[in-house]
Design a protein around this ligand. Structure first.
Ligand SMILES: CC(C)(COP(=O)(O)OP(=O)(O)OC[C@H]1O[C@@H](n2cnc3c(N)ncnc32)[C@H](O)[C@@H]1OP(=O)(O)O)[C@@H](O)C(=O)NCCC(=O)NCCS
Length: 345
């Protein structure tokens, strides 16, 4: 356990008889594409208003990747920034994990494309599909490899070009999503930012709430599937909202319990940036004060696996969190999946 962490916390793994070495987040970075799509511009595309989007979601604008800018491009840019912050070069990386539901193509995996773009020539690489929960799933997986001494340096990226699977004729969903990428480099580095614990959860009974019917083995692309708009994401908003609040609250409570701390000890809660009302409801249930909550969804909307990764980078670089502060990450996504993590920055 790093000296800074040991002054205040028990290693949450200890009570699970896990004697691994501790894991630190040694650098973070993010990238969002230049093009901004505002609510006012959406008013011209579908039957909606800035007022509706703002009051129901808190989103004002989102970023859209260029036609020739793909998930792997955004992932690589975020990764290079995280590597620079960590002082790590491509050849030091042992494993590249890309969490995404919008890979450049079904195969090969986007992580292999990123591995080539960032010169991580020695690294193993795979994609992780846990929708909006992917970045925290990635942190937990990276932590396992580092704690077990299998790998020394793991790069976890959340990256999405959601604009490529959003139905721009469906006002129920197209107002919610955006593109971007965030990344973190993890190592065992005493005196760095400790990942104290992370958890992952899933409930496949609710898989139908948020999904994309076309493009997989169940419904390969055909002229009919394209005409039926099956290659776009579909969502039951109200039900998703309900489960999001429940799952995020229970995930966050679980990691706080593991660390034997309460919410007052957390400097910054970084929730999945899906909907301002979800964030407020989760914050209220956890007993968090509004100024503990980190919000950037007004500028980016929901960027799925990239969401908390971008937010973590912004929280760090804007000075919202400082050395020694505790950060709570909590996410929720299609699957259904959820996750939470506590970091001592
Ligand atoms: C999608 C969401 C914002 C909708 O908010 P809501 O308060 O549940 O709104 P409803 O679905 O009840 O829709 C209310 C009305 O607004 C309409 N509406 C939906 N989208 C609209 C839009 N963009 N502009 C204007 N009206 C819209 C609906 O058609 C409905 O009209 P009706 O009453 O005439 O049928 C909300 O349910 C939500 O955020 N859910 C969770 C989504 C999420 O986080 N997904 C990602 C998880 S990782």
């Amino acid at each position: 356990m790093s000296p800074s962490a040991s002054t205040k916390f028990k290693n949450p793994r200890a009570k699970y008889n896990f004697e691994g070495r501790p894991c630190s987040i040694v650098g973070v970075g993010s990238y969002v594409p230049a093009k901004v799509l505002t609510n006012q511009e959406l008013e011209k595309m579908v039957d909606t208003t800035d007022e509706w989007i703002t009051t129901r979601t808190g989103i004002k604008e989102r970023r859209l990747a260029a036609k020739d800018e793909f998930t792997s491009d955004m992932a690589a840019k975020a990764a290079l920034r995280a590597m620079k912050a960590a002082g790590v070069t491509g050849d030091q990386i042992d494993l590249v994990i890309v969490a995404t539901i919008t890979p450049d193509m079904v195969f090969p995996c986007t992580a292999c494309l990123v591995q080539q773009k960032i010169g991580a020539t020695r690294a193993a690489a795979f994609d992780l599909e846990a929708a909006c929960s992917g970045f925290i799933y990635g942190l937990e997986i990276a932590q396992q490899f580092i704690m077990s001494r299998t790998y020394d340096t793991v790069l976890v990226i959340g990256a999405e070009k959601l604009s490529s699977i959003v139905d721009w004729q469906d006002r129920n969903t197209c107002v919610l999503f955006g593109d971007g990428a965030g990344a973190a480099v993890l190592q065992n580095r005493p005196n760095s930012h400790g990942l104290l614990t992370a958890i992952m959860g899933a409930d496949g009974r609710r898989a139908n709430l948020l999904h994309m019917p076309g493009g997989g083995s169940r419904c390969p692309a055909t002229a009919e599937s394209v005409a039926a708009r099956q290659h776009f994401l579909r969502m039951e908003g109200k039900e998703t909202f309900k489960y999001a609040v429940q799952a995020m609250q229970s995930g966050a409570s679980e990691v706080l319990k593991r660390c034997e701390i309460d919410i007052t000890k957390i400097k910054c809660v970084i929730p999945h940036q899906a909907n301002r009302r979800i964030i407020d409801a989760v914050g209220e249930r956890l007993g968090a004060k509004p100024d503990q909550l980190f919000i950037n969804l007004d500028r980016y909307g929901n960027t799925s696996a990239a969401s908390v990764a971008i937010a973590l980078d912004e929280a760090v670089h804007s000075g919202r969190v400082n050395r020694g502060d505790l950060i709570l990450l909590v996410v929720f996504g299609a699957g259904l999946t959820w996750g939470a993590a506590v970091i001592e920055w």
